[in-house]
Ligand binder design. Structure first.
Ligand code: NAP
Length: 535
């Protein structure tokens, strides 16, 4: 198709996940004409793509859901404590239908470029099929974990069996019955998929490079009384969640672990282990900061795993010793460790037998060759910047975002970028994003953007752009908070070390969501957008 301007809107929104759909809802509510461009063949973002066996959210569904509409909160019924991928996707479709959003979403429409025109302060967005859209504003709702990395496993194309990726799982269920399967990767995705695949496979090899800490999920069917209680008190619960560091009610402890006895700490770890879920690391505010408390919590998990896994060598392989709990994203599982007690499951610890690569009929390590029929890659994402970097985004004077961010992302508030007027990123780098209840963070960002556009409209202005000094100060600010934290000292996708050549930078605001919200509100309406140039 030849390049032609097919449509002009006020706003183009890239991505139709939780963020893009809520942005669309708010733009329509404001009376702006908006369109969402989505590269997938369905809405739902992460929950559209990641349909691997066992995929579910590890934040309770009553919290990991939109809070903007009490009608939705009351009407929707979650069937489990932690909803499965399928149920979350059905929920997103339900919300889209309820608010008539679907007709403003163009599916199968990848965005390849977006260019700002200085002369008329308009953005031109180019789609993969060669169409051009002209809009005043552009909102990137492209997600933090939406670009899978292709692992550098030699001979992947040599392997004659099936290759599945957790991040782009086929829509039709895969039947592993009677098959020999290898799963590469033991992050949250691999840890969720392994117990389910093990139930079907003739044999399952789990290829682990770095172990992660995982806490039992204790998932269960939704307790009717628990749900009713939440629904009666939703407004207060949501409000209370906003007072926490991650906008999540994890019953966070306030007394530092170093101030209590080792026996009390042990009891508290036990209580939280039994309760299950991510709340484990919310027991003490200093769990990742005080070396003794961190060591105690890490050893507690090690002991638990040793009790669960019959083979002491496998148990020892399964728990990290090179970093403490909380340095990487904590995993939540449903029977992961126990899976290694099955006769049809083999742990392949790549630290002891490095992976040489794929063969035609399987894989080879330094120890020997293994025959398999299917390979499952649960090898992670180019987080935070991956999705934006693969679009050719150009701001004032043709400056490329990719080039500007070559040494790591620079932006203001995680929401705007100097030199890129009228461009907004939802849960962009430099914001709490994945360290928070991300659905709530999405709403806060979209609400901020909506308020900003209202401000421009009320004042008869058309452009807004972060001042260079605001961006510089924000970069220093988030680096100052992150400096010395366990996360910033640990190799993981949080720090970009999982992607070859990616600069190890601060991609996250680590000061907690309460402080963050105060900061963005202060930088926004409360100061009359003083850190921005309004044109
Ligand atoms: P991940 O945490 O980055 O894990 C990727 C895994 O693949 C790691 O074990 C990594 O090993 C391994 N790997 C990568 N390349 C490899 C190679 N060439 N050879 C061998 N191993 C290789 O990715 P993820 O599991 O998809 O999870 C990403 C994030 O998504 C999570 O942390 C979480 O925030 C989110 N998520 C959430 C849920 C949920 O809510 N339940 C579920 C899934 C994902 P190394 O560690 O050695 O690099």
């Amino acid at each position: 198709m030849s390049d032609s301007i097919t449509k002009t809107h006020d706003v183009v929104i890239v991505g139709a996940g939780f963020a893009g759909l809520y942005a669309l809802y708010r733009m329509k509510e404001m009376g702006l004409s908006a369109i969402v461009l989505e590269r997938g063949d369905g809405i739902g973002g992460t929950w559209h793509w990641n349909r691997y066996p066992g995929a579910r959210c590890d934040v309770e569904s009553l919290q990991y859901s939109y809070s903007f509409s009490d009608e939705v909160q009351q009407e929707w019924k979650w069937s489990e404590r932690f909803a499965s991928q399928g149920e979350i996707l059905r929920y997103i479709h339900f919300v889209a239908d309820k608010f008539g959003l679907r007709k403003f979403v163009e599916l199968n429409t990848g965005v390849v470029a977006a260019t700002y025109d200085d002369d008329d302060a308009m953005w031109t967005t180019r789609t993969a099929d060669g169409r051009l859209l002209r809009t005043r504003y552009i909102i990137f709702a492209t997600g933090c974990l939406s670009v899978p990395i292709e692992p550098d496993i030699p001979g992947l194309d040599r392997f004659a069996g099936n290759i599945y990726r957790t991040s782009t799982w086929p829509k039709t269920p895969v039947d592993f019955t009677g098959r020999r399967v290898a799963v590469v990767g033991t992050g949250s995705s691999g840890i969720q998929a392994v117990p389910v695949i093990a139930l079907e496979a003739r044999h399952l090899f789990v290829l682990q490079r770095t172990p992660n800490y995982s806490i039992p999920g204790r998932n269960s069917p939704m307790d009717q009384e628990y749900e009713a209680d939440w629904k009666r008190n939703y407004a207060q619960r949501r409000q209370a969640a906003l007072q926490t560091r991650s906008s999540n009610l994890f019953n966070a402890g306030t007394i530092p672990g170093r101030e209590v006895s080792a026996e009390d700490r042990e009891r508290e770890f036990e209580r939280r282990w039994e309760a299950g879920g991510l709340g484990f690391t919310y027991c003490y505010p200093d769990i990742t900061m005080d070396p003794d408390v961190n060591k105690h919590a890490s050893e507690f998990v090690r002991r638990k795993v040793a009790q669960k896994v019959k083979d002491p060598k496998v148990a020892a392989s399964l728990v990290p010793t090179e970093y403490g709990i909380g340095g990487r994203r904590l995993c939540v599982d449903n029977g992961y460790y126990e899976t290694f007690n099955r006769d049809n499951v083999t742990m392949v610890d790549l630290r002891n037998e490095p992976l040489l690569g794929m063969t035609q009929g399987g894989f080879a390590t330094q120890r020997g060759e293994y025959e398999i029929d299917d390979l499952v890659l649960a090898t992670g994402f180019d987080a935070f910047t991956g999705a934006l970097n693969r679009i050719d985004v150009r701001g004032r004077a043709g400056v490329s975002l990719r080039e500007k961010w070559a040494d790591g992302p620079a932006n203001y508030l995680g929401l705007t970028v100097t030199g890129f007027p009228n461009m907004f990123t939802v849960t962009g780098p430099g914001s709490p994003s994945v360290l928070s209840n991300v659905v709530i963070s999405i709403q806060q960002h979209v609400d901020w953007i909506t308020e900003c556009l209202e401000f421009l409209r009320q004042h008869g202005r058309t452009t807004i752009e972060a001042k260079p000094e605001s961006e510089e100060a924000w970069g220093r600010h988030i680096a100052g908070i992150a400096e010395g934290t366990l996360i910033s000292k640990t190799k993981s996708w949080y720090t970009g070390t999982n992607v070859t050549g990616k600069t190890n930078r601060y991609f996250l605001y680590m000061g907690g969501t309460v402080r963050y919200l105060q900061e963005i509100n202060q930088a926004g309406r409360e100061s009359g957008y003083s850190g921005f140039t309004i044109g």
